[in-house]
Design a protein around this ligand. Structure first.
Ligand code: COA
Length: 361
């Protein structure tokens, strides 16, 4: 038995490869370094979806923009029903109102939905009217526009674009596997993506970046980093933003996001004090984790720099997991199609360790 299915191969995929020893992520034949900060999210989506939908346009910018508009039109009369819910729960609820088919139009709408719904529920929570999408502009720029009600500086849109591309796909992680399990039953894309959203929510998967900022806030100053970290590990607690099931070296996505932060820093949107604290915490955490688990490399993962980048882009920390979903939804859809097209139902076995059956009296 493999606890947590560790090292179990459960699918063949042409989508992405995570090499945990080399610290390499390849998406459709391209290393992450050739994509993050270099291509738009729409381009990455086109790469991921290539071969899984007939008549896929070469450039998805307009189709995804039109899908954002369609989602707003289909769901805006339900925004009120989501008020009072936490952003991720509101997203999950509203996503349930979308069509559950497997054609390209449905895929585009489901891919667009988190980007439209998150800004809408955030504005609603602040007592502001949701802003309708602008179909003709880039996906990342439109998300920031729908959030703020005004156009965002290009550097910020570029930073968000880099983030969305960086997290668009990552092998058979928990949420992607969940999406594939549902798709293997030949259910629709909305069902697969809703299930994946549920898997993403937990702190061991997509829920870590908010707690990373909580950790920085509690630590407060660089000088207190080492003491706080040692005490936390001594209590048997985990440090959020460190460790990974696959990577035994630094997560390449951490580098992509750290580079995006560096680019953003020159625009004045990054708080230098915050970055100095984060640097001290990262250094102290890596040293402490090395002492704590000398045989198990526990290094910085994607969530550490996600937290810093999304904070610099103005997202409240309780939305970070939902912003992750805005990027990862493209991968979930590609994997769902890939799995469904195999025609094979995913159905593993379990070993029964309960009491022996008693004969009826
Ligand atoms: N802080 C402290 N200890 C950690 C740790 C962390 N961030 N991550 C793993 N460990 C320890 C575990 O406590 C465990 O110790 P044990 O053998 O004494 O029980 C050991 O390292 C192995 O951990 P395990 O949970 O078996 O590894 P995994 O591959 O299942 O876990 C994560 C991977 C991501 C779930 C894990 O590293 C973690 O919880 N990280 C913090 C949350 C996080 O950043 N999540 C985002 C992931 S991108």
């Amino acid at each position: 038995m493999h606890d947590g299915l560790e090292n179990v191969v459960a699918a063949e995929t042409v989508l992405s490869d995570v090499d945990g020893l080399a610290g390499r992520l390849v998406i459709r034949g391209l290393p992450l370094s050739a994509l993050a900060g270099r291509v738009s999210y729409e381009h990455a989506l086109g790469l991921l979806w290539d071969g899984f939908f007939p008549a896929l346009p070469r450039d998805l910018t307009r189709s995804l923009g039109a899908a954002r508009a369609k989602v707003f039109e289909l769901t805006s009369n339900r925004f009120g029903a989501a008020s009072g819910l936490a952003p991720f729960d509101a997203l999950r609820m509203l996503m349930g109102a979308l069509p559950d088919r497997t054609d390209l139009d449905t895929a585009l709408m489901i891919a667009a939905a988190p980007s439209v719904l998150l800004p809408a529920v955030l504005r609603q929570a602040e007592g502001k009217s949701p802003v309708a999408p602008e179909a003709d502009i880039g996906h990342a720029a439109d998300i920031l526009r729908m959030m703020a009600g005004v156009d965002a500086p290009k550097a910020m849109a570029d930073g968000l674009d880099t983030y969305l591309v960086t997290v668009s796909d990552h092998g058979l992680n928990a949420s992607t596997f969940t999406a594939r399990v549902v798709a293997s039953t030949q259910a629709g894309l909305d069902s697969s993506v809703l299930a994946a959203l549920g898997a993403l929510k937990g702190p061991l998967h997509g829920g870590a970046p908010g707690p990373v900022l909580d950790m920085l806030d509690v630590i407060g100053t660089p000088g207190q980093a080492a003491g706080w970290i040692d005490a936390t590990l001594a209590r048997g607690e985990r440090l959020m933003g460190f460790g990974h099931r696959i990577y035994r070296v630094r997560d390449p996505r951490a580098d992509a996001l750290s580079a995006a932060l560096d680019r953003l820093r020159s625009t004045g949107n990054v708080d230098a004090t915050r970055m100095a604290l984060a640097g001290a915490v990262e250094t102290a955490a890596l040293a402490a984790l090395q002492r704590h688990k000398p045989d198990r490399p526990l290094l910085t993962n994607v969530e550490f720099y996600t937290a810093l980048l999304l904070e610099a882009l103005g997202f409240p920390r309780d939305t970070f997991t939902a912003v992750f979903a805005i990027g990862r939804v493209g991968g979930w859809i590609a994997h769902s199609r890939e799995q469904a097209l195999t025609g094979k139902l995913i159905r593993p076995r379990s070993i029964y360790v309960g009491p022996e059956a008693k004969e009826a009296a």
